[in-house]
Design a protein around this ligand. Structure first.
Ligand SMILES: [Zn+2]
Length: 416
């Protein structure tokens, strides 16, 4: 006899999303700002911790502040089926990015516990520190440390723009825990996330079955020239880093057209010093974000970009300092889990399509250590990292129910 199909409680899930979203709320908007390890991040952590605790889950915190809550009553040696995401946001964040994955995981666990359904393996839900990397680069830092991709000591020394270290901030908000890193290897990992892009809405599809994640390359350039008077200095005598920054910006746009396919490129931050109307700047600091699903093409993009920077900087007589802020290869998710997600969507009667993720996610770190997949739900107007980020409750419910089905199926699946 097949057991009755469980359903998550969408009202409870939305209530929690709204309550968490009130912490760090940006006045006059529906968005919120909870940069990693700030007071608001701590308040968000404390709230979700309380919910986990109310369900009687076993909660652990590791040395970088990742928090994992596991169903009690199982052999401690048994690896859990894990889900989760992050609850830090960017400065102009919404209520759904990351938060959905954590709170939907909690909702799935509450649904199972309330039903009295007996599982062969425990479920666990986690949130991972500094996924956004908006305060402490690189992004996905907590999950990177969890899977052993960076030593804890190195991560703790990373500083923000005010030279405050991640380790000090963890201590300050009381989230430097004792659980070891690398953390325990889950049986499998599945993350539910908003798409953060326009594809599902554009094609009127409910569930995105995520096949993998684009490779990411973040570079910071510090261009140093010669500050001088904008009126008295002839053009031929200038060493203008602002000009080089602009040239590099148009170059990477052209590069995407030349390489075609999935290549994208973004100059998201440019800071000129002294940033005055009548002064040729002395320095320009800029970031370049390159992404592709194909690592060979991504490497080609990086090579051409670096070559161009060197050439134009030399022509202008401007010095270049290059710092890699993040570099992640493209990730392919597990074919067996991708099929499980698809089956869940099909059996619930939702339209679905396979797609890559354009953004980085904690799940791509877990793909290094266990079978992993992701589920996407629609983002209205494709908007994310923006206060107007929104997903309809009906889509949140669809995503969370597919997450439920997938996690339950994984408790019964053994991998060779
Ligand atoms: Zn996210």
């Amino acid at each position: 006899m097949t057991p009755e199909r469980l359903r998550i409680d969408i009202d409870r899930l939305v209530r929690r999303l709204m309550e968490l979203g009130r912490i760090g709320a940006i006045e006059g908007t529906t968005g919120c700002a909870r940069l990693a390890l700030t007071d608001d991040d701590k308040a968000g952590r404390d709230l979700v911790w309380t919910w986990m605790d109310e369900l009687g889950l076993d909660i652990t915190t590791d040395g970088i502040g990742n928090v994992v809550a596991t169903m009690p009553g199982f052999d401690p040696a048994m690896a859990p089926v894990m889900t989760g995401s992050h609850i830090d946001t960017v400065a102009t964040g919404g209520k759904y990015d990351g938060n959905l994955g954590v709170l939907a995981g909690l909702e799935v666990i509450e649904t199972v516990l309330t039903s009295g359904r007996e599982l062969q393996r425990p479920l666990a839900v986690g949130w991972f520190t500094d996924e956004e990397g908006a305060r402490f680069p690189p992004d996905m830092l907590g999950s990177l440390v969890y899977v052993g991709g960076m030593p804890l000591e190195q991560a703790l020394e990373i500083t923000d723009d005010d030279d405050v270290s991640l380790g000090d901030e963890l201590d300050r908000i009381g989230y430097r825990g004792a659980a070891p890193t690398p953390g325990r290897v889950p049986h499998a990992f599945v993350e539910l996330h908003i798409e953060q892009g326009p594809v599902l809405e554009d094609e009127d599809i409910t569930i995105g079955v995520v096949e993998g994640v684009q490779g990411i390359s973040w570079t910071e350039l510090t261009l140093t020239g010669q500050s001088c008077h904008a009126g008295t200095t002839p053009m031929r005598l200038r060493h203008d880093p602002g000009y080089v920054a602009a040239d590099v910006t148009t170059f990477v746009r052209q590069l995407t057209a030349d390489l075609g396919g999935a290549q994208v490129a973004t100059v998201g931050a440019v800071t000129l010093t002294p940033n005055l109307v009548n002064v040729v700047p002395s320095t320009a600091r800029m970031t370049v974000d390159l992404r592709n699903t194909d690592d060979e093409v991504l490497q080609l993009a990086e090579t051409r970009f670096r070559g161009h920077v060197a050439k134009v900087a030399e022509q202008e007589g401007v010095g270049v300092e290059t710092r890699t802020l993040a570099r992640f290869e493209p990730v392919d998710f597990d074919a067996r889990l991708i099929e499980l997600v698809e089956t869940g969507a099909r059996e619930r009667g939702f339209s679905f399509k396979r797609m890559p993720s354009g953004a980085g996610h904690d799940a791509q770190m877990f793909a290094r250590i266990c079978p992993t997949a992701m589920i996407f739900t629609k983002s209205v107007d494709g908007i994310s990292h923006n206060v107007n980020e929104y997903t309809e409750p009906i889509d949140l419910e669809a995503g969370a129910n597919v997450l439920l089905d997938t996690l339950l199926a994984l408790t019964e699946m053994e991998f060779a």
